[in-house]
Write a protein of this length. Structure first.
Length: 196
């Protein structure tokens, strides 16, 4: 399907965590079909398999595949959990940048930075707090340009500076942030008035 060709090409750059032999299912297709399943409401590995199985004939015909059955949910889990998060984020940032460049208008829009705590990400077993992620959203194209994990011992302020630097946002760009980012540096002494 021509619509997904640019995304499939970019997904081909995600490092494959599997051994070289025995790859029955190509990684870009597994990733694309997993994305389509999640966008369609699947929220588990079994849900992804059900989506692929339900639409297998259409997916085969549209993408020139010959899958006789969907991968098992354990295969999907192994593949997705084995991915390098940094490599996946880099690929999605490239894809978002291409979409943004193709649809942006000069002088329009701004970048909105916002942090969110991911529901259900608290890990009692490993005694980890819930994951906190900072996102960069382009208001004119309505695209999420990037995500950045916020370190558990840090906050959004240094993460925002890092994310803006990584995205190469121009100095004259309009960037909106929460009030949290309007803190004054308390270590500076107040200015003393000049004597006359």
């Amino acid at each position: 399907m021509a619509t997904f060709t640019p995304l499939l090409d970019i997904l081909a750059d995600v490092p494959d965590p599997r051994r070289a032999e025995g790859k029955l299912y190509k990684l870009p297709h597994v990733l694309l079909f997993s994305i389509l399943a999640i966008v369609s409401g699947s929220d588990s590995y079994r849900g992804i398999v059900t989506f692929i199985d339900t639409h297998r004939r259409t997916l085969n015909r549209s993408f020139g595949l010959k899958w006789r059955r969907a991968p098992s949910h354990t295969s999907i889990r192994y593949i997705l959990q084995g991915l390098d998060p940094i490599g996946v984020e880099a690929v999605f940032r490239r894809h978002a940048a291409l979409l943004h460049a193709a649809n942006t208008r000069p002088g329009a829009g701004s970048i909105a930075l916002d942090g969110k705590t991911l529901r259900g990400s608290f890990d009692k077993f490993h005694d980890r707090t819930a994951a906190h992620v900072l996102s960069a959203f382009a208001t004119d194209t309505k695209l999420v340009l990037a995500h950045l994990d916020i370190d558990a011992k840090s906050n959004e302020i240094p993460a925002a500076q890092t994310l803006l630097a990584e995205l190469g946002i121009a100095e004259d760009a309009i960037v909106t942030l929460d009030a949290l980012h309007c803190q004054k540096n308390s270590s500076r002494s107040p200015r003393t008035p000049k004597s006359a």
